[in-house]
Write a protein that binds this ligand. Structure first.
Ligand SMILES: Cc1cc2nc3c(=O)[nH]c(=O)nc-3n(C[C@H](O)[C@H](O)[C@H](O)COP(=O)(O)O)c2cc1C
Length: 192
């Protein structure tokens, strides 16, 4: 599941995600689904109980149901994120906070973009947050610094980018296979 994290008017996110999806399809080890957070209803206001304790009966808006189903079904995630004020967009935090078990014991990789830091501040924060949900973050991310000059016609100009994407996808595939088998063999001892 490739998540387009930005929902901003005129955003770059869909172009980046489309290229990432093409890399994942070329890799061949994934059934690729691109999910655009701009198409979901993700309110900032949450129910009283955290989703961690409410389980599958957590009362989510109807407009979030499809996203929830896809998160639950996915064995691996790539979050495509920009950097907003040295972190990731509120849309990404909101979709994380509306869920819990959907992330647990699953691998998450990152493709980021921004100014000189290439969105890495956003990724550092995401790694921190997703650990709380017992997700497994993939070390080798793909960052596009100064993407506004580094992309043309939906492709990065850096000839090495596809190779970095392949490394990320290899690591994601390894963890997805291992964790899917482990989840099937034994319920994850998430605890509280
Ligand atoms: C609210 C806001 C804050 C931003 N803060 C940063 C930042 O801290 N670091 C950075 O590299 N770029 C920053 N930018 C520039 C974004 O990298 C750039 O606008 C990018 O296009 C955002 O991704 P999007 O088009 O997919 O929304 C910021 C942009 C916005 C809208």
């Amino acid at each position: 599941m490739i998540i387009i994290g930005s929902v901003r008017e005129g955003r770059f996110g869909p172009a980046a995600a489309s290229w990432v999806a093409a890399q994942a399809r070329t890799h061949g080890g994934f059934e690729v689904e691109v999910v655009d957070l701009a198409e979901a209803d993700i309110p900032l206001s949450l129910p009283a109980a955290p989703p961690k304790f409410a389980g599958p009966d957590y009362p989510r808006p109807a407009g979030l149901a499809e996203t929830t189903r896809k998160l639950a079904e996915a064995d691996a995630f790539i979050i495509v994120t920009p950097e907003y004020n040295h972190s990731y967009p509120a849309s990404v935090k909101a979709v994380i906070d509306w869920h819990y078990t959907q992330w647990t014991a699953k691998p998450v990789a990152f493709v980021s973009y921004g100014g000189p830091a290439g969105g890495r501040h956003a990724v550092l924060h995401l790694e921190n947050v997703l650990t709380e949900l017992h997700a497994v973050t993939i070390r080798d991310g793909l960052a596009f610094p100064n993407f506004f000059t580094g992309w043309q016609d939906g492709e990065p100009l850096d000839a090495a980018a596809a190779g970095y994407a392949k490394t990320l996808l290899e690591q994601l595939s390894w963890w997805a296979t291992a964790l899917r088998a482990a989840r099937a063999a034994n319920p994850y001892p998430g605890g509280s």
